[in-house]
Design a binder for this molecule. Structure first.
Ligand code: J2J
Length: 556
C-alpha cells in the first residue's frame, strides 16, 4: 500500500476476503466488466451526447495512454478538479486504470485549498476545466505550479494555455489500431483515489480509499438501492464528492450497466425536462435542491412517472419533506447518511414509512461494525444518544500522512469516530446532532476552525466565533460573531472580499456577520458557542415574526 496510509489489520483483511467483500479487482476492472457485457448500451447522457459503454471505454483507454505518455505512473497523485462532464469520467477511469491516484477536489475550491491538497499529496499533476463562469482555472494552475513545484503536468478540459495539455484535444485525435495503454494496471490492494474529509480541522485531511474497498462500496450500494442495468441515474451534485461518485453514485450505476444522465445545470426547469426526456428513475438529491423542488410548480408540468427513487444525502432531510417528496413525485424516498471516510447508511426501499421518514438508514453492509459511545468511549444502550463510531470493509483506518488527526479520529482498534451524535433503534441510526466543529450547509461541509483562522488574519478583528444558524433552504448556514479591535469597522461585504482575496471556496463564506462587544464565556474562559447559537436563533426568529407582522399589516 502507498506509504502514508494505514492498511487494515491482516485479520480484518482475511475476514473481508473470506466474506467476499473484497473481490481483488480494480475500479477500472469493475467498469470493464460492464463495458464487456453491454458495449452498445448508453452509459452517459450529457447535453446532446449519448455515449455508449464501448465509447466510454475507448476514451478512458485513450486517456490512460496519454497520461502514461506524459510520464504519469502507478501511485503518482494528481489533483482532480474537473467539473461534471463525460470528460470527468473518462479521465477518472483513465487514471485509475494505470494506478494514478486522483485527489478529488471540487470546482469551487480555490488557491488556498488546491495548494494544500497538491502540497500534502505531493501531487505531480493537476486536472482542471478551462473556465467556469468568469473563473479561469488555467491561471489558477499557473499559480499552483509556482507554489507547489512537484506539480508538473497541467491537464485542461477544453482549450489549454501554453505548456499545458488539452484533454479535449487528446480525446479528439483519430484512433489508430494499437493506440491503447498496455502497461501496468492499478493494484486492487492499493489506494485508488483520495477523497477530502468533511473538514473539522483547519486544513482538510485526505482520505485514501483503496480499489478493494471502493469496488465493494459500489457493489453493495447497488444492491441496497436496487441499481441495475435498467437504472437511469440523474446526477446534479459534484461527481467528485463521495455521495455522487460511488455511494451510490456514478461509478455504481456504471458498474451495474445503468445509464448516467449528467445535468448541465441545477435549474429546476432544466432538471425536470431532463427527467422527463431521459426517463430518469433515480435522482441523487440534497437538502437545498429537494427543498426548492417541493415549493416549485415546475415538476407538475412534466411527466415524471419514470421516477422510482429520490434520494437525499449529505445532511438530514426533515420527515415532513420526505413525506411530501413521496406524495408529490409518487416515488420512494431514500435517505443516505454517509461519509467520505467510508460507512454508508441507507434506508431500505421496502422499509415501513415510519423508518423511511424518520431514520438516517442503517449500515449497508453486514461487515460494518457499529459502536455508539459516550464521552468515555463506553457503549450506550439502544435508544440513547452517543457518538457513532464504525469499522468495516470500506471504512478507512487512518488519514493520509496525518498521524495526529488519525490518532484523534480513530481508536486503537480501528474504529472511526464520526463526530455524529446518533441514537440506534431496531438497528437503524437516527442522527441527532454532532460534536464536531463544522457547519453543514445543505451537505457542503465547512470547517469552523479553518474559516475562523482566516478571519483572525484580518487586522480589524480581535476575536471571532462561527456558529450554525438555521436556514429554511439549506438547513443551516454559517454566522460569524466578531469582536473588532478598538475603533475598527467591518461590514459583511468587506469581510467577504477579504476572505475571497485569501483564495477560499465561496461556499465557506459566513452568510451573516454579527458584531459584538464581548463573547459569552464559560468559567474557564472559553467562548460559549451554544449561547451564540441560541442568540442567533432567537434573533432570526424575531426577525421572521416582525417580517410576518409587517406583511399582515400591508395586507389589511
Ligand atoms: C445527517 N447527516 C449527514 C444525512 C451526511 C453519502 C451521503 C453523504 C456523504 C457525505 C457521503 C447525512 N443526515 N443523511 O460521503 O457517501 C453528515 C454527517 C457525516 C458527514 C460526512 C455519502 N449525510 N451527513 O456527506 O464526508 O455529519 O460525506 O459524518 O461530505 O455529513 O460528510 P461527507
Amino acid at each position: 500500500m502507498l506509504t502514508g496510509c494505514t492498511p487494515w489489520p491482516e485479520e480484518l483483511q482475511r475476514r473481508y476476503r473470506e466474506a467476499g467483500y473484497w473481490e481483488d479487482i480494480t475500479l477500472w476492472q469493475m467498469f470493464e466488466q460492464s463495458a464487456t457485457k453491454t458495449p452498445d448500451r448508453i452509459a452517459l447522457v450529457f447535453e446532446d451526447q449519448r455515449i455508449t459503454y464501448r465509447e466510454l471505454e475507448r476514451q478512458a483507454n485513450r486517456l490512460a495512454l496519454k497520461f502514461s505518455e506524459i510520464g504519469l505512473k502507478n501511485r503518482d497523485r494528481v489533483v482532480f478538479q474537473l467539473a461534471n462532464s463525460p470528460e470527468l469520467i473518462y479521465a477518472f477511469y483513465g487514471l485509475t486504470k494505470i494506478g494514478v491516484i486522483p485527489v478529488m477536489a471540487l470546482p469551487a475550491h480555490r488557491f488556498t485549498e488546491i495548494s494544500h491538497f497538491a502540497g500534502h499529496a505531493g501531487a505531480v499533476g493537476y486536472l482542471i476545466p478551462n473556465q467556469i463562469k468568469d473563473f479561469d482555472y488555467r491561471e489558477l494552475a499557473g499559480e499552483i505550479t509556482v507554489a507547489v513545484p512537484s506539480v508538473q503536468h497541467i491537464i485542461v478540459a477544453g482549450q489549454a494555455n501554453e505548456g499545458q495539455h488539452s484533454l479535449t484535444d487528446w480525446l479528439a485525435e483519430p484512433k489508430v489500431p494499437g493506440d491503447e495503454y498496455r502497461g501496468d494496471q492499478g493494484d486492487p490492494e492499493d489506494v485508488a483515489l483520495m477523497l477530502l474529509s468533511g473538514g473539522t480541522t483547519a486544513l482538510s485531511k485526505l482520505i485514501p480509499r483503496t480499489h478493494n474497498d471502493f469496488v465493494y462500496n459500489c457493489r453493495q450500494s447497488s444492491v441496497v438501492s436496487s441499481i441495475d442495468a435498467k437504472t437511469v441515474m440523474l446526477t446534479l451534485l459534484p461527481m467528485s464528492h463521495n455521495y455522487n461518485l460511488g455511494s451510490p453514485g456514478i461509478l455504481t450505476a456504471l458498474a451495474s450497466g445503468g445509464c448516467v444522465v449528467i445535468a448541465s445545470s441545477i435549474n429546476t426547469e432544466h432538471v425536470f425536462s431532463l427527467i422527463e426526456k431521459e426517463q430518469v428513475s433515480l435522482i441523487l438529491g440534497a437538502v437545498p435542491l429537494v427543498t426548492k423542488w417541493l415549493t416549485s410548480d415546475i415538476p407538475e408540468q412534466h411527466n415524471l412517472s419514470s421516477i422510482k427513487i429520490i434520494m437525499n444525502g449529505g445532511a438530514k432531510l426533515a420527515p415532513e419533506l420526505r413525506q411530501r417528496i413521496q406524495t408529490k413525485f409518487g416515488c420512494v424516498f431514500q435517505e443516505s447518511f454517509g461519509m467520505g471516510e467510508g460507512l454508508l447508511n441507507l434506508t431500505r426501499l421496502n422499509d415501513e414509512d415510519e423508518v423511511i421518514l424518520h431514520s438516517s438508514g442503517r449500515p449497508m453492509s453486514p461487515g460494518d461494525e457499529i459502536k455508539i459511545v459516550d464521552e468515555n468511549g463506553n457503549e450506550v444502550a439502544d435508544g440513547e444518544k452517543g457518538e457513532l463510531t464504525c469499522r468495516g470493509p470500506y471504512t478507512i483506518q487512518g488519514y493520509y500522512y496525518a498521524p495526529e488527526s488519525s490518532a484523534n479520529a480513530f481508536s486503537p482498534d480501528g474504529f472511526y469516530h464520526t463526530g455524529d451524535l446518533v441514537c440506534r433503534r431496531n438497528g437503524y441510526l437516527y442522527v441527532e446532532g454532532r460534536i464536531k466543529d463544522l457547519i453543514n450547509r445543505g451537505g457542503e461541509k465547512v470547517s469552523i476552525d479553518e474559516v475562523e483562522n482566516h478571519i483572525l488574519a484580518d487586522d480589524r478583528v480581535e476575536n471571532v466565533s462561527i456558529v450554525a444558524m438555521p436556514d429554511a433552504q439549506y438547513g443551516e448556514k454559517a454566522c460569524a460573531f466578531v469582536k473588532l479591535k478598538a475603533g475598527q469597522k467591518l461590514t459583511r461585504e468587506e469581510l467577504t472580499s477579504f476572505l475571497l482575496d485569501r483564495g477560499i471556496a465561496k461556499f465557506k463564506l459566513p452568510e451573516r456577520l454579527e458584531i459584538v462587544e464581548s463573547f459569552p464565556l464559560s468559567p474557564a474562559g472559553k467562548i460559549l458557542r451554544r449561547e451564540l447559537r441560541r442568540i442567533i436563533e432567537e434573533t432570526i426568529k424575531a426577525e421572521q415574526e416582525s417580517e410576518q407582522a409587517k406583511q399582515r399589516v400591508s395586507q389589511l
